[in-house]
Design a protein. Structure first.
Length: 564
């Protein structure tokens, strides 16, 4: 467990440790990360010894943590944990910009995964905010001090603002809740074999989620879904999944909370810097060299979460264009099914702890500093259109030069991956690039994509013609317009001469066209429609009248009314 504090932290530590249950051991190693004056010897270790009967140590480099002991970070050090050992690191950033709590929480998430717990106590600023996101993304648990009980409430308020805190309590109430959580989460042997009937209850949970949120999780990987449901059960002190189904039925707020839990992923600016270097040198460079003048560069960031990935790509493109002294119009479409994440992305405001991921030069060039936050500059913000969209069900964008979809496919069953990868192939221009997460693969679709970088999962679209059965399935309907579940397996087989012939005839001899509903929303796109349609500025929309080019709207509106 990591506990982070800054100004006002001593009082919070005292209240926390003096309220620790006396009966039994918690079987937890406590690691305290406090903002300390780097020029003075710390007295924190001696103070904590007054508040607890546990053994308390100032950390020595390489020490192996033991349960029911407290470990205190020394001054002027960053600290990480690897395989249960604490390692002291020389600070990489200047004084005033250091974020030792984030630094430790991130390593804790990687090392302990779902066994990680973090607590954010009193302090100014935003340190701990990004780190707790990493803990939550790894399946761990997050506790935060109530701002009202803190002498300085900046850190607790920013932590609570993420919407990811499992418990928000005064310091003296945190230990009892911590004990209850640990007893339920780790007090029993892990379940190796799922209990009988669990699949039926999972389906009921999927029904409740779909009814309230409109999203179907039945094709997400069951083990991931189960772990996150079990986490919510532990948080709510519910032992049996049947009881949790009833709890969901009676508490719509819990359905929303579970929905957000299922969507949690780890994201940050320039995540995996080497992947961005590969994207720049092997993808973006070729794209900018071969793109004709005055042609827009179009990018789709699928599963964009709170926007860090989309803005990172925008910055990367802007930097390279400045180096080349070229000026292309850049259109980045960033989509996610989480409406709250999209709303946060649109604001373009992030905690100042992003300094751990964004260089000082980029911060000065592309962000405005405002108290404890950074706001993305308008020149970058205007490059990105954020929209709520479900990549599984909703119609895709088209004519893309680059698609970035990192760490979404790993959560989906292979059946769903086999629908999405052909969709990406369809959405890309010939020789367009696809960037996946470093744990993801194109699987059986090597005929559709060439490998550009195997380690960092950069691929390039091949010009192969897709079989009819592989092209675009939305809302359970195949390209034939019949339920996907009723297709014969022979229809799903790899394409043959008939498919190639029909696709060639359609592409070469059939006019471009779109299918719309009675509201004018585009449901399907065939051929090259760029002469007639273009994305409207502002909030992303697939309404044909909003997308129609100037000079076409009046006649088109009249024609649609006549058809209806």
């Amino acid at each position: 467990m990591g506990i982070g504090a800054s100004a006002g932290g001593l009082k919070a530590f005292e209240q926390f440790f003096t309220s620790m249950p006396a009966e039994g051991d918690l079987n937890v190693a406590f690691v305290l990360v406090q903002h300390l004056d780097p020029t003075h010897k710390s007295i924190l270790t001696d103070l904590i010894k007054r508040y607890t009967k546990m053994k308390v140590f100032e950390v020595k480099d390489g020490v192996t943590v033991q349960a029911n002991c407290a470990y205190i970070i020394p001054p002027n050090k960053d600290m990480a944990v690897l395989n249960g050992k604490l390692h002291l690191m020389e600070p990489e950033t200047v004084r005033g910009m250091r974020l030792p709590i984030d630094y430790f929480f991130r390593s804790l998430a990687q090392d302990a995964q779902e066994r990680a717990i973090c607590i954010v106590l009193a302090g100014t600023g935003t340190d701990g905010t990004l780190g707790l996101k990493a803990v939550k993304g790894a399946g761990g648990m997050v506790m935060v001090q109530t701002p009202e009980s803190a002498q300085y409430d900046g850190m607790p308020r920013n932590a609570i603002g993420t919407g990811l805190a499992d418990y928000i309590l005064p310091p003296n109430e945190l230990p009892a809740q911590l004990l209850a959580y640990i007893q339920q989460a780790f007090g029993k042997p892990p379940i190796v074999t799922p209990p009988p009937g669990i699949e039926n209850f999972l389906q009921k949970i999927f029904v409740l989620l779909r009814a309230q949120t409109g999203h179907d999780f039945s094709y997400y990987k069951k083990n991931t879904i189960r772990r996150r449901i079990e986490r919510r059960m532990v948080i709510n002190q519910i032992e049996h999944i049947e009881a949790y189904v009833h709890y969901l039925q009676e508490n719509p707020l819990e359905v929303d909370t579970l929905f957000k839990e299922l969507l949690i992923g780890v994201t940050n600016f320039f995540r995996d810097p080497d992947a961005f270097e590969v994207l720049l040198e092997k993808g973006v460079a070729q794209l900018l060299d071969t793109k004709p003048a005055n042609h827009p560069i179009r990018v789709w960031v699928a599963g964009c979460s709170t926007g860090e990935e989309a803005y990172s790509i925008a910055i990367l493109l802007r930097e390279r264009l400045a180096e080349l002294k070229k000026d292309f119009k850049i259109q980045i479409f960033a989509t996610d099914i989480d409406a709250e994440a999209i709303a946060a992305a649109r604001t373009g405001v992030y905690p100042d702890s992003i300094a751990a991921d964004v260089s000082a030069e980029r911060l000065a060039r592309f962000f405005y500093k405002d108290d404890n936050t950074y706001r993305i500059k308008k020149s970058i913000r205007d490059m990105v259109v954020f929209a709520e969209q479900n990549v599984i069900d909703d119609p895709p964008f088209s004519k893309m030069d680059l698609i970035s979809c990192r760490n979404l496919l790993i959560y989906l069953e292979s059946e769903l991956q086999k629908r999405i990868l052909p969709l990406f192939h369809y959405a890309l221009n010939e020789n367009g690039f696809l960037l996946l997460g470093n744990s993801e693969t194109i699987g059986e679709f090597s005929d559709y994509f060439a490998v550009i970088d195997r380690k960092w999962k950069l691929f390039q679209r091949k010009g192969i013609l897709l079989p009819r059965a592989a092209v675009l399935e939305f809302k359970g309907l195949s390209a034939h317009g019949v339920p996907a579940s009723t297709r014969e397996k022979t229809e799903e087989a790899s394409y043959n001469i008939r498919d190639v012939t029909e696709r060639t005839l359609l592409n070469d001899y059939t006019p471009a066209g779109v299918v719309i509903n009675d509201k004018g929303d585009v449901l399907y796109i065939h051929g090259r429609t760029g002469k007639y349609l273009e994305p409207a500025s502002g909030q992303a929309s697939l309404n044909i009248l909003r997308m129609a080019r100037l000079g076409l709207r009046l006649e088109l509106s009249t024609a649609i009314r006549q058809v209806i």
